[in-house]
Design a protein around this ligand. Structure first.
Ligand code: DER
Length: 210
């Protein structure tokens, strides 16, 4: 199997379990990373590291999410990795989301209030203005906590966080219009990409959204 490996904290549990099964069952799996973090996760778990250069068609990708609505529209990018995550997910026949139950919403914005947008550094200020002028809400450049200045993505870009207003339903159109803004690299809106989402509850329960 050619398997995309997402980024964030929840994926760590999935990769740990995957590595256990590969060891015990001798599964033949090539893992495609979606970030430097995912690459380190694959290597430190002694899984086979692959790339889109050699295997551009994946059987499946497993990833986390910041929020999942009832149409399986996702907000991703809480960890600033949405660009490579979306590329890898687009190459996979199936995108499987693993998250805790706090990510499970009926509509976006109930629990997670922002949409990350990766932008070319030159364009961050015009995009901050344009997004809020066109769609409302507020937007800010994501600043580092343990690094002076803005955070820099794995691709050398900035992240703009758009705190969107309530009432938006047509995420497909919003996503397309933001993507068309000069300087936007990728949004954290994953529309019509995921086929299934598994949510783990604090009591160890499991719920599934299809
Ligand atoms: O940055 C990302 O897209 C991550 O996958 C994020 O959406 C989920 O991270 P978490 O599993 O740490 O909540």
């Amino acid at each position: 199997m050619i398997l995309g490996i997402g980024s964030g904290s929840t994926i760590v549990y999935a990769v740990t379990r995957l590595a256990e099964r590969v060891r015990k069952e001798g599964l033949k799996i090539v893992c495609i990373p979606t970030s430097f973090q995912a690459q380190q996760l694959i290597v430190t778990n002694n899984l086979t590291l692959g790339s889109l250069d050699t295997t551009p068609e994946l059987d499946c990708a497993i990833d986390g999410a910041d929020e999942v609505d009832d149409k399986l529209t996702l907000i991703k990018g809480g960890g600033g990795c949405q660009t490579q995550e979306k590329i890898v997910a687009s190459c996979a026949r199936k995108l499987v989301i693993v998250a805790d139950s706090t990510k499970n919403s009926t509509s976006l914005g109930q629990q997670y209030k922002k949409i990350p947008v990766e932008v070319i550094p030159l364009a961050y200020n015009p995009i901050l203005q344009r997004i809020t002028q066109k769609f409302g809400g507020t937007a800010e450049l994501r600043m580092g906590k343990m690094k002076a200045g803005p955070i820099v993505s794995d691709n050398g870009n900035f992240i703009v966080d758009w705190f969107f207003p309530t009432g938006i339903e047509d995420w497909k159109t919003v996503n397309e219009r933001i993507k068309m803004m000069p300087g936007v690299v990728e949004t954290g809106l994953f529309v019509d990409m995921a086929q299934i989402a598994y949510f783990g509850g604090p009591d160890g329960s499991l719920s599934v959204k299809l």
